[in-house]
Design a protein around this ligand. Structure first.
Ligand SMILES: Cc1ncc(COP(=O)(O)O)c(C=O)c1O
Length: 497
């Protein structure tokens, strides 16, 4: 292979690669979700010698087909329910190829005029989808964790620009505090650590029976910190928690933020795009109060990784946190509109042209069909909840709010024993169920027909699934329970643990 292939050669590679990609998509539903393999097997199959001499493209494509694809988890499979995993989509895969061919670097308008305008346009569409302030700004980042970091950096900058940005957070001589429910994703805690605010100063507030933040406890904790001489700076609301999908009462969190003059950040990385769906749209009322919002098009907009997004209600506040002067980045001789630079609004300088795939999906597929696909995912989770509630051998551990479902298998013997069990025996049974469901999860993953992940719900081990694939049908939810029953029959009784 040559570094600079001829157009004919490049076309031949592209055709062969697209053919492999189309075959892959065709074969998806018949594949195992998770491969039966080991690190040693994969290492052995990859030629590990430093490649000094070239090989031809067909050899590379063969390795992709026979090793990489075969020994991967199939994230686009209709019964891949683990974590918060998008399947990606065909047009976005093509966009990724075109993005790399153009190789635009979206540091600033002057570096990539049309790509930067396309990013501004798609960010504008995302604001409209969400019902967010039309004067707000934003940018694409690598994912939800980076979007949360950017939102909290803007919050810190807005509250303490001179001292904390120039001299460091220690110059304030007081603790800064951030608030969010105890169900908040750990990327918020990580951001607090990276920003020098400190992990312990992320205050974890209790939740109600639906796993939503308790507003009374939030207010009380802020008052307590003020009384102790600390400096509350930001409250984080969840628009879809990672464990149960709970959406905090955004309006009430916004009221608290205003009352205490705090920055409000919404982590909508998982749930945000459900705002397109009539059946849950009302839950997102109040998101327009947020000073910043973290979103993940690479989750519920079905975009392949990576693509996160942060929105700011007042872009000038974000600019205050991120803008720095340097001669090598100074924009010379441009009018205001063309002097725009993304580096003033986020942590990164070089940035990939993520907007192309978002634009192709939004414009090519349209918001109507995307909203219907998300609504269908929610319907699948509700169907699972119904099946579990009507069954004798499963029980829900948390209510379905969006498309996440948390439940466990209750084997026959334990189910029959439960009604008459005293408190101590009940606790023992819960422990047996934890251990049994943990074994069941591992066995299900190895079985390969369906894939779930896990969560801890009120201290109990939970099987956890998230429907985030437009290929998933109501029937897949039934197959999931059939798979679990079948696999449960192979792992021995619960009491053996
Ligand atoms: C609620 C929430 N916030 C943040 C994140 C982090 O997103 P990413 O993996 O894109 O960094 C996740 C990931 O699942 C999430 O569910």
């Amino acid at each position: 292979m040559k570094l600079d292939p001829s157009p004919e050669e490049f076309r031949r590679w592209g055709e062969a690669a697209l053919d492999a990609a189309a075959h892959y998509l065709e074969s998806l539903a018949t594949r195992r979700v998770y491969p039966k393999t080991t690190a040693a097997e994969i290492r052995e199959k990859l030629d590990r010698h430093l490649p000094v001499e070239p090989v031809d493209f067909d050899q590379l494509l063969d390795a992709f087909r026979n090793v990489i694809v075969e020994l991967s988890r199939q994230n686009a499979h209709p019964r891949m329910f683990g974590y918060v995993q998008s399947p990606g989509t065909g047009v976005a895969a093509i966009a990724d190829l075109l993005t790399s061919v153009l190789n635009a670097n979206l540091t600033a308008w002057r570096s990539a005029p049309a790509p930067v305008e396309l990013e501004r346009l798609t960010i504008d569409w995302i604001k409209q989808l969400l019902g967010y302030d039309k004067n707000g700004g934003g940018l694409f980042v690598s994912g939800g964790s980076m979007a949360n970091l950017a939102g909290l950096a803007a919050a810190r900058g807005a509250k303490f620009a001179p001292e904390s940005l120039n001299e460091g957070v220690h110059s304030i001589g007081k603790k800064m505090c951030i608030y969010g429910s105890r169900e908040t994703h750990h990327s918020i805690e990580k951001a607090a650590t990276l920003l020098g605010i400190g992990r312990d100063n992320f205050r974890k507030i209790d939740v109600d029976k639906d796993y939503k933040i308790r507003i009374d406890q939030l207010s009380a904790r802020i008052e307590g910190d003020v009384a102790a001489g600390h400096i509350p700076i930001c409250v984080v609301a969840n628009a879809g928690t990672v464990m149960t999908g709970a959406v905090d009462p955004l309006q009430s969190v916004g009221d608290v933020a205003r009352r205490f003059n705090l920055w409000m950040h919404v982590d909508a990385a998982y749930g945000g795009f459900a705002a397109m769906c009539p059946s849950v749209r009302s839950m997102f009322a109040g998101i327009d109060l947020a000073d910043s919002v973290a979103l993940d098009p690479h989750k519920w907009l079905y975009i392949p990784a990576d693509c996160g997004c942060v929105l700011y209600r007042d872009p000038a506040a974000a600019r205050a946190a991120f803008a720095l002067d340097a001669e090598y980045t100074r924009v010379i001789g441009q009018a205001a509109d063309e002097a725009f630079a993304f580096w003033d609004y986020g942590p990164e300088l070089s940035r990939r042209f993520r907007a192309l795939k978002v634009w192709m999906v939004l414009k090519g597929i349209g918001v109507k069909a995307l909203g219907e696909a998300v609504e269908k995912n929610i319907a699948c989770a509700r169907h699972l909840q119904q099946l579990v509630t009507n069954s004798d051998d499963f029980e829900m551990l948390a209510p379905v709010e969006l498309s996440i479902f948390c439940f466990r298998y209750v084997p026959d013997d334990l189910r029959r024993e439960l009604p008459g069990a005293g408190e101590q025996r009940r606790r023992q049974i819960d422990e047996e169920l934890d251990a049994f469901n943990e074994r069941l999860l591992v066995a299900l993953q190895l079985d390969g027909s369906s894939y779930l992940s896990n969560a801890l719900i009120n201290g109990r081990f939970s099987l956890r699934g998230c429907v985030m694939n437009y290929r998933t049908s109501l029937r897949d939810m039934e197959i999931l329970l059939e798979d679990l029953r079948r696999v449960a029959g192979t792992i021995g009784p619960a009491q053996e643990e």
